[in-house]
Design a protein around this ligand. Structure first.
Ligand SMILES: Cc1ncc(COP(=O)(O)O)c(C=O)c1O
Length: 388
């Protein structure tokens, strides 16, 4: 009897149980324990930044970063439409308005269209980018490093500088992705913009169950991030608070998991790369589909694998997912476009083209770090049968 092959599940075979047991035995289970500080230190060292601030999940990290960028209900924020909705929801938590942009062939934000939006739809007034249609200040953008690929930061950061935009890097899917060439060689996803965010949700390359981390090269910003995520207490003894803060800090239990996972991150990336290569070889002779690539000038963490079904593929995208399911293989179509979803229907979307095409054609296939070659062989056999 064939086992289920899940899409993306945790791999907890290292020191997870030891560290979590230690947290329980020492009774440091909440936000105060030593693992939290240690986990922050390990992430900061890994990503080559002066510090990191833990949070409850990637979503709360993005919320915090937007607040620190000074985004208010009066502002606009440029966001991608082809991504997970949590990249955009925090814009609405603040009451600001999103403007949706298209993707390029890496599935990340299209830098040329970003520039085109800024130059044709907006004007600079007293150092602020103003959307001509709404009169709102376009204050920031959220760029997502989709599936562990690096967005075109070379261009995006330059455009952001020209138009005075704060860049929030949603690197929730991209811990371990860094430049191998070019002006940012050696720099990790998440560390080049105003602030970056990693997620340790259960489906990510490493997990703390739920959790996140905010990184930045600006020490003062990190100090402020920690203040905001820990209830903005200005006087520990008398419980005085100087801002509206949040209960966003990670717990010691989560950080215990995170430390054990970090010990394995590089091995997980190697496994992801090997499995990606194996898929690629096996898929090469199946007609009417493409295996989406990661940038060659970047060391990608290869988090999620995407198959693009060409129009000539004999089975529709939804039937492909259903057929896999019959064979106990979990796959999924890429996310629904955010600008078409109920909470975002009234908001502006600028020249969305590629995202529509990719949304219609992409299926994500199993990619867990537990995945073995024989599992991939089953996925391939199933696809070959569908391809005819
Ligand atoms: C692109 C993107 N943004 C944001 C998030 C939110 O992260 P979390 O689930 O840790 O809140 C996720 C993942 O879940 C994501 O994939």
């Amino acid at each position: 009897m064939n086992q289920n092959i899940p899409l993306s599940v945790p791999n907890l075979k290292g020191n997870e149980l030891t560290y979590v047991s230690n947290a329980v035995q020492t009774e440091w289970v909440s936000t105060g324990g030593p693992y939290v500080n240690e986990f922050e230190k390990v992430i900061a060292e890994y990503a080559h930044v002066p510090g990191a601030v833990s949070c409850q999940n990637g979503t709360s990290g993005i919320h915090t970063a937007l607040l620190l960028a000074g985004v208010t209900a009066a502002d606009e924020v440029l966001v991608p439409t082809l991504t997970f909705i949590a990249a955009v929801n925090p814009v609405r938590y603040i009451g600001a308005e999103p403007v949706f942009l298209d993707c390029d062939d890496t599935l990340c934000m299209d830098a040329d269209k970003l520039k085109s939006f800024c130059t044709t739809q907006c004007s600079m007034q007293a150092g602020r980018l103003i959307d001509n249609a709404s009169g709102r200040h376009v204050k920031a953008l959220v760029v997502v490093h989709v599936f562990g690929n690096m967005a075109n930061l070379e261009k995006i950061l330059e455009i952001a500088q020209t138009f005075n935009l704060k860049v929030i890097e949603d690197a929730t899917e991209a811990i371990g992705t860094y430049y191998l060439a070019g002006p940012y060689i050696g720099h990790h996803a998440g560390t080049l913009g105003f602030m970056g965010i990693y997620s340790f949700n259960g489906n990510k390359i490493i997990t703390t169950g739920g959790g996140g981390m905010i990184v930045s090269s600006d020490v003062e910003l990190l100090r402020h991030a920690k203040h905001l995520t820990t209830q903005a207490k200005s006087d520990e003894v008398n419980f005085l608070h100087d801002e509206v803060g949040f209960n966003y800090r990670m717990t010691n239990l989560q950080a215990a998991l995170g430390l054990a996972q970090m010990e394995q991150l590089e091995a997980f990336i190697t496994k992801k790369q090997e499995n990606y290569q194996y898929y690629k070889e096996c898929l090469a002779d199946i007609p009417n589909l493409r295996f989406l690539q990661f940038r060659s000038d970047v060391r990608s963490n290869h988090w999620f694998y995407s198959i693009y079904l060409e129009d000539g593929f004999p089975v529709s995208r939804d039937q492909v997912v259903a057929e896999f399911s019959k064979h106990k293989i979990q796959t999924r179509p890429i996310w629904g476009l955010i600008h078409e979803q109920i909470p975002y229907k009234g908001f502006r979307a600028f020249q969305i083209e590629k995202a529509i095409d990719y949304q219609r054609h992409i299926v994500n296939v199993p990619c867990s770090t537990n995945l073995e070659k024989q599992d991939i062989d089953r996925v391939i056999a199933c696809l070959k049968a569908m391809a005819g």
